[in-house]
Design a protein. Structure first.
Length: 95
């Protein structure tokens, strides 16, 4: 089995998106903590969070002013399955 970082990169996430998603998976919930943990600059963190939300990998929960971001593990699994299927189809096409 692949390391989570390698798997996420293989799914097409940028290095920043990967590190931020891993921080969320390890329980980090605040942007300030993500910046401290990952050493990624604040604007990049916000941009990556927006991209992760657009891809359906993060979603907001709770009240509007007090919302938290949660990782959508089902969406990650779905992306992995889709990528695996495409890879398998491409392999069959080459045979």
């Amino acid at each position: 089995m692949h390391e989570p970082r390698t798997l996420l990169l293989h799914l097409g996430l940028s290095p920043a998106e990967t590190e931020i998603l891993l921080a969320f998976l390890h329980g980090t919930k605040r942007v300030a903590d993500i910046i401290k943990h990952t050493q990624i600059k604040r604007p990049t963190v916000y941009y990556a969070i927006q991209r992760l939300e657009e891809r359906g990998l993060l979603h907001k929960t709770g009240k509007e002013k007090e919302h938290r971001l949660e990782v959508d593990l089902e969406r990650i699994a779905s992306l992995a399955a889709e990528r695996s299927k495409v890879t398998e189809e491409n392999q069959h096409a080459l045979d």
